[in-house]
Write a protein that binds this ligand. Structure first.
Ligand code: B12
Length: 210
């Protein structure tokens, strides 16, 4: 079976069959990371294109997102290893005005699998709440997610607020989300950018000197 069927399953929000399809792929020996990337994530990309072209509206996008989430939940135990020693502490959240969380949740999941202690502060997180979280949890790393072009400036605002609070130097900041680029990261003075969850883990390890 090709992963096209799983792509179609996400696009059509076929919630009843998503687990079965993933199970079949796993049984056939397909790499879980490939199932995630070429199946589930690819499906969300198609949904994004359909939305952009006006073939899909919000309800379809949301239904597909819920199907994707169910798939990720099912795949989770196969994707992440388990590690007991803490590799470091990370706070992750989606910036103010933005409620997209699938990518952030994947980043959280993979970081946890890599042994990081992760505090997920959620979606639509106000700048002052990021500052508060950094103050309270004293993490080595802060991960900011933004999926909308018009919420990307919030990343800059958070970095400025951390500077203002005298906390900027004690935390490495990594950023990501579909519209975010390395160039943007350089512009706003983030310490790193990654295009996917595996890249986020590599960045985080790098920050910790591993
Ligand atoms: C699902 C979805 C939704 C769902 C979200 C459900 C949820 N719980 O997340 C719903 C239906 C709610 C939604 C709403 C909206 N959406 Co929407 N959505 C999407 C869609 C189809 C998929 C996003 C997704 O989950 N992708 C899969 C994940 C795995 O990928 P990812 O998020 O990019 O994350 C990966 C990387 O980016 C990276 N990463 C992510 N975060 C971080 C953080 C760090 C620190 C690091 C290092 C890496 C990293 O790693 C992740 C894992 O590999 C995208 C299209 C797309 N292809 O991106 C549109 C999209 C993002 N949405 C869009 C729009 C316009 C909207 C709405 C404004 C629509 C509307 N008119 O209301 C609203 C905004 C709501 C809001 N205020 O936030 C546009 C944004 C355009 C733009 N550039 O600004 C897109 C691109 C669709 C499009 N092509 O037009 N959306």
């Amino acid at each position: 079976m090709g992963l096209e069927q799983l792509v179609a399953c996400v696009v059509e929000a076929d919630m009843d069959n998503v687990e079965d399809m993933i199970k079949k792929e796993l049984d056939a020996g397909t790499d879980p990371a490939v199932i995630l990337k070429d199946g589930l994530i690819n499906g969300m990309d198609v949904v994004g294109e359909q939305f952009e072209s006006g073939d899909f509206f919000l309800p379809e996008m949301l239904a597909a997102a819920l199907t994707m989430k169910a798939g990720v939940e099912y795949l989770k135990s196969h994707l992440v290893g388990d590690s007991n020693e803490s590799a470091g502490t990370v706070i992750v959240g989606t910036v103010e005005g933005d409620i997209h969380d699938i990518g952030k949740n994947l980043v959280t999941m993979m970081l946890e699998g890599a042994g990081f202690e992760v505090y997920d502060v959620g979606i639509d997180v106000a700048t002052e709440d990021f500052v508060k979280a950094v103050k309270e949890k004293n993490p080595q790393i802060l991960g900011l997610s933004s999926l909308l072009t018009n919420t990307m400036p919030s990343i800059k605002t958070v970095i400025a607020a951390l500077k203002e609070a005298g906390l900027r130097e004690q935390v490495k900041i990594m950023i990501g989300g579909a519209p975010v680029t390395q160039e943007f990261a350089d512009d706003v003075g983030a310490d790193g950018y990654a295009s996917d969850a595996a890249g986020a883990v590599a960045l985080a390890r790098g920050f910790m000197g591993n």
